[in-house]
Design a protein around this ligand. Structure first.
Ligand SMILES: CC(C)(COP(=O)(O)OP(=O)(O)OC[C@H]1O[C@@H](n2cnc3c(N)ncnc32)[C@H](O)[C@@H]1OP(=O)(O)O)[C@@H](O)C(=O)NCCC(=O)NCCS
Length: 335
């Protein structure tokens, strides 16, 4: 059995900054409410007319990650692409990346696990590397939320939270089994699917029927979120996933050098930080600048923390996420 190690990281966010003040001009909200409840000050939203899409942003982040890995596109054996906002209903974003990066006809798979998408994507890639099937896998999380949000007061409970962006990692085979991904842990609980959902369009709510109805009041195109319920479940599941990962590897919370929690809400991250008694330099948050970028959030935060020199050789790095599904999980890495 091999281990997989992160050899390259990259991220890309659109340049258009949308502040809380900007949102207050679109809907009945204010900077104080948003910062107090979520910690978010601003987020990036793709500007109308921009070339950026979920796949395009994913490709931009990927080019950086591949270059930093010291590889070329031709060294990549497989693509794992996580998103809840693909450019098309089908085909998925993975095949778009294969084309955009002008890659060999390598396999490409999409992961549809929302906020925990990147954790699932890392775990999937890790299994392919561990078994020896592939050597270098491109793992991407990318999200274009702003095109699908309700920017009226009706949508304010959801819309203020989400931002656009992408991140990518190259996972490579190593024969040193003390380094790289030590374990990953995945969970789901579908009975809560409707607590955080976009219901249509779908096979059940198919497009011609929606067009025929032409009902402006139909909210099912927009994300629905039972925020309080999601919050309560998130704090429990984040903690469980971290404990499960630590226990599997006979580690304790004091062994954590860097926790990268999915950037759902700064209050959730602070709760987890307090629970595990972590200092400010043992956790990295950037939701203040980017909002919640769902499948991109963990990889953007990981990349930024690494770029800032906050992650060093041999550090114990813990990634954890929770989101729609519900799905949640963790990845434990010896850097
Ligand atoms: C979304 C969230 C910030 C809302 O905070 P909350 O304290 O639960 O607030 P509520 O939804 O109960 O709303 C409280 C009030 O603020 C109002 N409100 C909602 N959004 C608002 C906004 N953007 N600006 C101003 N007021 C707003 C509500 O209408 C409500 O008003 P009312 O009391 O008059 O009815 C919080 O529930 C949360 O972060 N949940 C987890 C979300 C998450 O992590 N999602 C990603 C999945 S991982």
């Amino acid at each position: 059995m091999y281990n997989s190690k992160i050899t390259g990281l990259g991220f890309y966010v659109p340049e258009n900054v949308v502040t809380n003040e900007d949102l207050s001009k679109m809907m009945d909200t204010n900077d104080e409410w948003i910062q107090e409840r979520t910690g978010i000050k601003e987020r990036r939203w793709i500007k109308e007319g921009s070339e950026d899409t979920t796949a395009v942003m994913g490709a931009k982040a990927s080019r950086i990650a591949i270059e930093r890995a010291g590889l070329t596109k031709d060294d990549i054996d497989f693509i794992v692409f996580a998103t809840l906002s693909p450019d098309y209903y089908f085909p998925g974003g993975g095949v778009q990346l294969q084309e955009m990066l002008d890659m060999r006809t390598v396999g490409a798979v999409d992961i549809r696990n929302q906020c925990s998408g990147f954790i699932y994507a890392m775990s999937v890639a890790d299994q392919f590397i561990k078994t020896g099937m592939y050597k270098n896998i491109l793992v991407v999380g990318s999200e274009f939320h702003s095109g699908g949000l309700d920017k009226s007061t009706r949508g304010r409970g959801v819309t203020v939270i989400f931002g656009d962006g992408a991140g990518a990692a190259v996972l490579s085979r190593t024969e040193d089994n003390t380094k790289g991904i030590l374990s990953s842990h995945l969970h789901s609980e579908g009975k809560h699917a409707k607590e955080l959902i976009v219901e249509s369009p779908s096979i059940m709510h198919w497009v011609p029927a929606l067009i025929a109805e032409n009902d402006e009041n139909d909210e099912s195109y927009y994300p629905y979120m039972n925020g309080t319920f999601v919050f309560k479940n998130a704090v429990v599941r984040f903690s469980e996933a971290i404990i499960e990962g630590l226990q599997t590897n006979n580690l304790e919370a004091t062994d954590i050098d860097m926790l990268i929690p999915h950037q759902a809400n700064l209050r959730i991250s602070q709760f987890v930080q307090k629970k595990f008694k972590l200092n400010d330099d043992q956790i990295y948050n950037n939701i203040m600048k980017y909002g919640n970028t769902t499948a991109a959030s963990v990889i953007i935060a990981l990349t930024e923390a690494w770029e800032l020199g906050k992650i060093k050789d041999n550090d114990l790095v813990v990634l954890a996420a929770f989101g729609s599904g519900f799905t949640w999980g963790s990845v434990i890495i010896r850097w």
